[in-house]
Ligand binder design. Structure first.
Ligand code: GCU
Length: 411
């Protein structure tokens, strides 16, 4: 699944900075009609909505209609989890429409001596039970991609993969710093395959509809929707400070965390960990993964309209730094990895830099320089950035920095 098949497009992948085309960076502060934006008021009234609208209709796809939580059910709760260090809750959210039902489960760890905790919320790739050795974590029965190293056969998650992803989730560090951690298996919201008969999409079709229209949501928008509904639940949970929820995600789920926070201003902060193409990096650079490649290999992630720009990035009136700008003035952390050239670290960095001008409207600082920092030398501001050594992954180093940034700018 993660292995690249050698299509002709892939063999053209550019990793040479000198071959990055020169292009005009679309100005976040000039409207499509050419008006200059000089105030927060004009940004929020005119420019932000038109950018959001563009990304909705042409990149991620719009949600056909709002669907609220039908009910939630605390499946399990323990005030002495993780050797007495945390409270644990497993909460199932259920949605109903068109005679169909969809449920997904939030695993929540909370620090014990904090009345209402700020929380990092992020999806996991292979089930809630993979992020911890904790035996009480329930195993999802949702469809999963087969994966040998996770011993997933027949698209079914099992006990054998419990704890296999603890390396990506610094649960203890997060709790010790006074934050909660909430995670959801993304396959429960929408299985990650090019099939629109399942997942949340199927609950919102009109009569005789069997796949999203050209401008309607792909899987990334569906997963983002799931994070937004989790936030609705947090507003009802007395143990969570819903005004301090940070959306977090790695890779495709980093694209997801960005889009979730762009569409819902209640997220107090956002982390994009190695989100790459269609996430934090700039499409027009055509460095590493390109739009044609991502839309070919993952045709269900974005809306069909996005195909318009395959090998045609020049025609895009926006770029991903404007997605980042939609997060302003909320704290944003973009992180890259040195060996993750596929995700174009320099593009991720520049994107954070170009988004910063919108933060300036709010008198906030971001990535002021165009010179990339050295590896493992983070820049911390309201907009933060680091590139660390190593590969496409989430590490303790990443979490240590996210916590420092959250302490300074979110909490
Ligand atoms: C693939 C894909 C990336 C994505 C990554 C992931 O490599 O090309 O766009 O970010 O999978 O989600 O791990």
């Amino acid at each position: 699944f993660f292995i690249l098949s050698m299509s002709p497009l892939l063999s053209q992948t550019n990793y040479d900075e000198s071959k990055v085309p020169s292009f005009e960076v679309p100005d976040p502060l000039t409207t499509f009609k050419g008006k200059k934006i000089k105030s927060v008021k004009k940004w929020e009234k005119a420019r932000r909505p038109e950018l959001l609208h563009f990304f909705e209709n042409n990149v991620y796809g719009k949600i056909p209609k709002t669907l609220k939580i039908d009910s939630y059910n605390i499946l399990e709760q323990d005030d002495n989890a993780l050797n007495g260090k945390a409270k644990r809750k497993q909460v199932e959210l259920t949605f109903k429409n068109n005679g169909k039902t969809l449920s997904y489960t939030i695993l929540l760890y909370l620090p014990k001596n904090i009345a209402k905790a700020a929380v990092f919320l992020g999806y996991n790739f292979y089930g809630n039970h993979t992020i911890t050795e904790d035996k009480a974590v329930l195993i999802s029965s949702a469809w999963a991609n087969n994966n040998e190293s996770f011993q997933i056969e027949n698209n079914t998650l099992t006990e054998e993969s419990r704890g296999k992803r603890t390396n990506r989730w610094a649960v203890e560090k997060i709790l010790e710093a006074g934050y909660g951690l909430a995670t959801i298996y993304y396959g429960e919201v929408d299985p990650d395959k090019n099939d629109f008969s399942d997942g949340i999409h199927s609950l919102l079709y009109q009569q005789d509809q069997s796949r999203p229209k050209l401008d309607e949501w792909g899987s990334i928008a569906a997963w983002s929707w799931g994070m937004v509904r989790a936030l609705d639940y947090f507003e009802k949970d007395p143990d969570v400070d819903a005004s301090k929820v940070i959306s977090f995600g790695h890779s495709r789920l980093g694209k997801t965390s960005l889009w979730a926070a762009a569409t819902d201003k209640r997220f107090a902060g956002v982390i994009s960990n190695n989100s790459g193409c269609g996430g934090a990096t700039m499409s027009k650079r055509k460095f590493g993964e390109t739009l044609a490649v991502i839309n070919d290999r993952f045709p269900h992630w974005f809306c069909d309209n996005f195909n318009e720009y395959n090998e045609n990035e020049e025609a895009l009136p926006v770029d991903q730094h404007q997605l980042l700008a939609l997060i302003a003035p909320r704290p944003l952390y973009v992180a890259s990895a040195e060996e993750d050239q596929w995700a174009d670290p320099r593009g991720e960095f520049l994107s954070a830099h170009y988004a910063t001008q919108v933060y300036h409207l709010y008198d906030m600082e971001g990535i002021e320089t165009m010179e990339m920092p050295k590896v493992n030398e983070p820049i911390h501001n309201t907009v933060s950035y680091h590139i660390r050594t190593g590969k496409h992954d989430v590490t303790d180093y990443d979490w240590e920095n996210y916590i420092r940034w959250a302490n300074a700018f979110v909490k």
